[in-house]
Ligand binder design. Structure first.
Ligand code: GLU
Length: 313
C-alpha cells in the first residue's frame, strides 16, 4: 500500500494568483493546487486541509503554535506516514525551525513553496509539490530535520535560508554545523503553551540607533536578538544599552547579519561570559529569535539558554 501523507495548506505564492500589479499570495485552494499535479496519486495516498491561506509574511507565533500541535497530533496517529505543508517562502525557514524544535515524531515533515504564482507560465509549484510529497513518503527521510522544498530540492531546516527574493532557486544553505541545535533528542514541549515569550530583533549597522533596543526594553520584551555586524559586533552605544538590558533581566542573543560564519563566544571581540550575552552559533537572526522564544518557555537562566544554542536540552 502507498504511504499516507497529509497535506496542510497555509498559503504563499504556491497558492498565489497573478494580479494586474504582480500577484497576490494565498488565493488558490489546496484542491485546485493538487488537481494540477495528478502524478501525486502514484506516490502517496493523500488527504488535505486548508489550515489558513496567507502570505507567509503574516505567519506569527499563534499560527506556529497551532500548526505544531496539529502536525504533532497527526504524526502521533498510526494513519499518517508524513506531512507536507504548503507555505510561502518568505518565512518558511522560521516555521521549519519552529516545527523542527517542537514536533515529537521522527516521521518526515516537508514545507513546500514556490516563487511563481499558480497561474504563471513558469509556475514552479507543481514540480516542487511532487518532490515534497515524494520526500515525505520516503522512509529514508524519517529522523531527519524538518525539510524545506524549493527549486525541486530538499534542504534541512537548520541549514536552509531564503537567499534570493526573486529567483526560482531561492533557498541557500549554510554548511552543516555539528554545534547547532538539531537532532531527534533536542526540542521543546509546547503542547501546553498558548502564547510565547516576546522576542524582537535589532539590526546592526554603522552608526546604529539605540532607539529600537530601547523600545523593546520599554515594552518589556523578554529577549532581543541582535543581528550584529561581522562576528556579532555592535556600534558601541547599542552594545552598552544591551549590557544594561541584561542587567535588567532581558536575554540578549548575538547573531550576525552575514549569511555565513555564525557567531561564537570563543574567538570573538565581545566577552559574552563577562557581559551576559548568548552567542547564536550558526543560526541567523530570525532562526535565533525562534529558538530564544522556545528556550524562554523553559528558563531565563543564561547558562541554560547558552546550552540550548549549542543543542543541549
Ligand atoms: N510573500 C509571499 C510569501 O511568503 C511571497 C513568497 C513566496 O511564497 O514565494 O508567502
Amino acid at each position: 500500500m502507498l504511504p499516507k501523507i497529509h497535506i496542510i495548506a497555509t498559503g504563499g505564492t504556491i497558492a498565489g494568483k497573478s494580479s494586474e500589479k504582480g500577484y497576490v499570495a494565498g488565493k488558490t485552494s489546496i484542491e485546485e493546487i493538487l488537481s494540477a499535479v495528478p502524478e501525486l496519486k502514484e506516490i502517496a495516498r493523500l488527504d488535505f486541509e486548508q489550515f489558513c491561506n496567507i502570505g507567509s509574511q503574516d505567519m506569527d507565533e499563534t499560527i506556529w503554535l497551532a500548526l505544531s500541535k496539529r502536525v504533532d497530533s497527526l504524526l502521533l496517529s498510526e494513519e499518517y506516514d508524513g506531512v507536507v505543508i504548503t507555505h510561502g517562502t518568505d518565512t518558511m525557514e522560521e516555521t521549519a525551525c519552529f516545527l523542527n524544535w517542537t514536533i515529537h515524531s521522527a516521521k518526515p515533515v516537508v514545507l513546500v513553496g514556490s516563487m511563481r504564482p499558480s497561474d504563471a507560465l513558469d509556475a514552479d509549484g507543481p514540480a516542487n509539490l511532487l518532490v515534497a510529497v515524494r520526500g515525505a513518503a520516503d522512509v529514508k527521510n524519517a529522523g531527519k530535520e524538518v525539510l524545506l522544498c524549493l527549486g525541486k530540492k530538499l534542504l534541512e531546516s537548520s541549514e536552509a535560508f531564503k537567499k534570493d527574493s526573486h529567483e526560482i532557486d531561492a533557498l541557500g544553505c549554510v554548511p552543516p554545523d555539528f554545534r547547532a541545535p538539531h537532532g531527534k533528542n533536542f526540542g521543546f514541549d509546547i503542547r501546553n503553551e498558548n502564547v510565547l515569550p516576546r522576542v524582537g530583533i535589532v539590526y546592526g549597522y554603522g552608526g546604529a540607533s539605540t532607539i529600537p533596543l530601547q523600545a523593546f526594553m520599554d515594552a518589556g520584551y523578554d529577549g532581543v536578538v541582535l543581528a550584529g555586524v561581522g562576528g556579532g559586533n555592535f556600534y558601541s552605544p547599542v552594545q552598552r544599552l544591551a549590557e544594561k538590558a541584561v542587567r535588567m533581566g532581558m536575554l540578549i542573543v548575538r547573531s550576525t547579519r552575514c549569511p555565513y560564519g555564525g557567531v561564537y563566544t570563543l574567538g570573538g571581540e565581545v566577552d559574552d561570559l563577562k557581559l551576559g550575552f548568548v552567542a547564536a552559533g550558526s543560526l541567523n537572526p530570525q532562526k535565533a529569535r525562534v529558538l530564544l522564544m522556545l528556550a524562554l518557555t523553559e528558563t531565563r537562566d543564561v547558562e541554560k539558554i547558552r546550552l540550548k544554542f549549542q543543542g543541549v536540552n
